[in-house]
Ligand binder design. Sequence first.
Ligand SMILES: [Cu+2]
Length: 66
Amino acid sequence: MRTISVKGMSCPHCVKSVTQALEKIEGVSQVKVDLATGKASFEEAKPVPAEVLKQAITKIGFEVEV
Ligand SMILES: [Cu+2]
């Protein structure tokens, strides 16, 4: 299980966008995004490079701390 911090989420729609962006990354599964804490957690089949996570999240308009 890996957890990252996502900044800028304000509603369930944001949560869904972030969830879907993470699910699109190869090897990522069981994505859970918590609006209140801004934490996104997921399982990864193999370690996903920080840069890949950053790109996926910033592309849809949020900030991320990996
Ligand atoms: Cu939103």
